[in-house]
Design a protein around this ligand. Structure first.
Ligand code: 2AM
Length: 169
């Protein structure tokens, strides 16, 4: 199973992301737009594993308060366009705690060498090649749970499924 750990959004927060996607289409951006139900903020990418019980147990060791999320700006990695989430100290600490818990589980999780850039992928294989001149409206929420999600392709569509949730606070 291909697994990752993420926050999912309130309706209000998600609506702002959907609005950003609509604005990008209006600006002539084409590519693979993330479906509204698939929008998420990844905290840690685990990848292919069958040690699901160990991963769940690792998440259950987390002792974290709920985390505030604030939408902030837009950027790109190559041909992927994303909406930014403000990299606050509490968000970084949450991602760090998740990575450490997974690492300590011994389930084969490796710590990321690259910096954590909190982002919500909006468009893959985006064209044209420059970052669109669009800044999403500020919106914030409190994440009360951290989710273990699986990622699979079903009938040609990317589907994320909730495997486990750990309540924060
Ligand atoms: P992305 O949106 O920037 O591609 C499910 O695939 C989630 O895990 C996505 O949020 C994706 O980030 C992230 N992800 C996929 N492969 C990854 C990798 N090798 N390293 C870090 N994150 C990854």
């Amino acid at each position: 199973m291909r697994l990752f750990v993420a926050f999912v959004f309130t309706d209000e927060f998600r609506a702002e992301l959907v609005k950003a996607e609509r604005a990008l289409r209006g600006l002539g951006v084409t590519g693979g737009f993330t479906r509204p139900e698939n929008l998420h903020l990844t905290l840690a990418f685990i990848g292919e594993t069958n040690r699901v019980d160990e991963v769940k147990a690792a998440l259950d060791t987390l002792e974290l308060a709920p985390v505030g999320l604030e939408l902030e700006g837009m950027g790109r990695f190559g041909d992927t366009i994303w909406a930014g989430v403000r990299p606050t100290r509490e968000l970084r600490a949450a991602a760090d705690a998740v990575a450490k818990a997974l690492f300590a589980s011994g389930a084969g999780f490796k710590l990321e060498k690259r910096d954590f850039t909190p982002h919500v992928t909006l468009v893959r294989r985006a064209k044209p090649a420059d970052t669109p001149p669009y800044w999403p409206e500020p919106v914030s929420m409190t994440a009360e749970r951290v989710y273990l999600l699986s990622s699979a392709v079903e009938n040609g569509r990317r589907v994320y499924t909730e495997i486990h949730a750990r309540r924060l606070g």
